[in-house]
Design a protein around this ligand. Structure first.
Ligand code: GSH
Length: 177
């Protein structure tokens, strides 16, 4: 959907008839993309990429080039120099905005600090089991952390030690349970 969606919206808005061609990747874990890569070099498109637009003999890639091409046909690129500059800035600002969100959607955001915070919050929960109940964001965080495949497997294994939390001389958390 993503990069092609503004193109679809603009085609619909301008009453342009179009035919869609979809390339669907396979399922996890490999997300096989051969349906696209087998065809990519054969399409005769410079810098072949997805999405692409074919309009007669014209083949266009880069979603914003496609948008501008359709926009130009329908006088949707701004008129005065000031308008055109403004449109160009917004086009690129929107791409930065999109890419930030895309990064968030496709990336694992766990850092080493998550491991520290998990362990600390977990200790507090062991000390006082209800202390996080009012903080759903924190209990969700703990659940997500414990749901990580490698962490969940470790916690189920014999290697996992939950206690003692502290050394022998501590007043709390000094016992192996
Ligand atoms: N800057 C390009 C990015 C295109 C792009 O990253 N396309 C992704 C799909 S969203 C892709 O899988 N391209 C196929 C390829 O790299 O061969 C655009 O705006 O069109």
């Amino acid at each position: 959907v993503a990069l092609a969606q503004p193109i679809r919206l603009l085609l619909e808005y301008t009453g342009t008839s179009y035919e869609e061609k979809f390339y669907s990747c396979g399922e996890a874990p490999n997300y096989d993309k051969s349906c696209w890569f087998d065809e990519k070099e054969k399409l005769g498109i410079d810098f072949a990429n997805l999405p692409y637009l074919v309009d007669g003999d014209r083949k266009i890639v880069q979603s914003n080039a496609i948008m501008r091409y359709i926009g130009r046909k329908h006088n949707l690129c701004g008129e005065s120099e000031d308008e055109i500059v403004r449109v160009d800035i917004l086009e690129n600002q929107a791409m930065d905005f999109r890419n930030g969100f895309v990064m968030m959607c496709y990336t694992d955001f766990i850092t080493f600090v998550d491991f520290i915070i998990y362990e600390l919050l977990d200790q507090h929960r062991m000390f006082e089991p209800t202390c996080l109940d009012k903080f759903k964001n924190l209990t969700d965080f703990l659940d997500r952390f414990e749901g990580l495949e490698k962490i969940a497997a470790y916690m189920k294994s014999e290697r996992f030690m939950k206690t003692p939390v502290n050394n022998k001389m501590a007043k709390w958390g000094n016992k192996k349970e």
